[in-house]
Write a protein that binds this ligand. Structure first.
Ligand code: SF4
Length: 447
């Protein structure tokens, strides 16, 4: 039996309970007053907790509404300045239960007569609630393993953290330390100053080079400016730089299989710019001029194995004597995450890849999933997951690029759990034990 507990005094209250159904959703919407100084009439207020019950799908609703163009604040009712005796809230408080999917999406009314204000002038709240309802249900979650941070990312973050702990301050970081919005935002909040180029760093200051590596020209510039440099270049990227130096020393024309504009490619080319040519596709190889001399090739560490193999094969066809690393330049972390997501994608209706759009290895995980014929989406975090994608997705695969924190995956699983019972299963293809030491002067690695 469904009992409507909406407050009769307010026409836009849509709080409902479904007594007798353990997992029946609880939806609380309506217009409320807010005492928060930053809340404006018309703002949407999404509760992260309601009557001591955590609303773990609040980020999903918040993201949905923000994408619809609404101004949204999320937090506890106290954070949002909404009193518990607001009629719409009070009417539903006793209906909350931990096993019950709960969506509390309120609209801030004007200070005078909020009860008469339209709670959903553009229909965005109704559409978000509708999408949330459609996404409810039990599902299986397949967790790709390995996923998230690799040894190179762990080391790069730890270098910045140790410098932030011990000073001297400020600690400058050239480029994003790793390609992840959350990592960069968190370190910036702790005091790291991210710059694009060294001319933004004062003479003699402390600077960290990112995990993607830098060209010798950048190192020389840092020396000329008297900077105190800590190099967070991943040792596996440094290995590719060393290959380029070796091939250049024997006079080879060097082909770098990589992506134009990616920081790693730029740093690698910088080792021997006169002798190195970037090739991204087999078509690029076909367009190359003839080359009578010795040739060799290297790869960006975060390529898709299939993509890199096809370009390498084209190079071998074009220059039969060419020498290269096979696909050994593609790092262990990239390889493992691609193999794991392939296994997951083969069994899933949808794959969510946690990572930033400028993270090469994360984008490859989406491509790898799609190559299995499975819908895949790159998401920064739970708030980035469109609810519409989850409707009908009974098995959801989840993985994360090497620069995305494990906590973001946990948040996504919690968000899915808030939509209904979730059975999780790990799909492991490898166990990683790789660790890299810290630069001298920073102590032992804890990774
Ligand atoms: S993805 Fe590979 S190359 Fe890049 S930092 Fe991680 S281990 Fe190093």
């Amino acid at each position: 039996m469904t009992k409507d507990v909406a407050n009769d005094e307010t026409k836009d209250v849509t709080a409902r309970t479904a007594a007798g159904s353990a997992a029946a959703p609880l939806v609380v919407t309506g217009t409320v007053a807010s005492s928060h100084p930053d809340v404006r009439p018309g703002d949407v207020l999404v509760a992260t907790e309601f009557s001591a019950v955590t609303c773990a799908s609040a980020p999903l609703l918040t993201g949905e509404l923000r994408r619809a163009g609404r101004r949204v604040r999320a937090g506890t009712l106290a954070d949002l300045g909404v009193p518990l005796d607001e009629p719409v809230v009070a009417a539903a408080l006793r209906a909350a239960r931990p096993d019950r999917p709960t969506a509390v999406v309120l609209t801030a009314g004007s200070a005078d007569g909020h009860a008469d204000d339209d709670a959903d002038p553009d229909g965005a709240v109704g559409r978000a609630i509708g999408a949330w309802r459609a996404a409810l249900g039990p599902r299986a979650v397949l967790l790709a393993e390995p996923r998230s941070f690799c040894a190179g990312v762990d080391r790069a973050i730890e270098i910045v953290e140790r410098l932030l702990d011990r000073g001297p301050h400020p600690v400058y970081v050239r480029k994003e330390i790793v390609h992840n919005t959350h990592v960069v935002r968190d370190l910036a909040a702790r005091g790291a100053v991210f710059v694009e180029e060294l001319d933004e760093v004062p003479q003699g200051a402390t600077v960290v080079f990112s995990a993607h590596g830098v060209s010798p020209a950048v190192r020389r510039d840092a020396e000329l400016r008297g900077l105190d440099v800590y190099d967070a270049t991943c040792p596996l990227v440094s290995k590719v730089h060393a290959e380029v130096r070796r091939y250049a020393a024997r006079g080879d024309r060097i082909y770098l299989i990589g992506h134009a504009g990616h920081e790693e490619s730029e740093g690698t080319i910088g080792e021997a710019p006169e002798q190195t040519v970037l090739v991204q596709t087999a078509d690029d190889v076909a367009a190359l001029p003839d080359d009578e001399g010795n040739a060799s090739y290297v790869m960006q560490t975060t390529l898709g194995a299939d993509e890199a193999d096809s370009v390498a094969a084209a190079l071998h066809d074009r220059f039969p004597g060419i020498r290269g690393p096979g696909s050994d330049d593609i790092c262990y972390a990239t390889t493992n995450r691609q193999n794991a997501v392939r296994e997951v994608a083969a069994q899933a209706d949808l794959v969510l890849v946690v990572g930033s759009t400028n993270s090469s290895n994360s984008v490859r995980l989406v491509e790898r999933s799609e190559a299995e014929g499975t819908k895949a989406r790159l998401v920064e975090d739970l708030g980035d997951v469109p609810l519409g994608l989850l409707a009908g997705a009974g098995t959801v695969g989840v993985t994360a690029g090497a620069s995305a924190a494990p906590a973001l995956v946990e948040e996504i699983v919690a968000g899915l759990r808030a939509l209904g019972p979730v059975r999780t299963q790990e799909v492991r293809v490898a166990t990683e034990t790789v660790t890299f030491g810290l630069p001298s002067g920073l102590g032992e690695s804890t990774a």
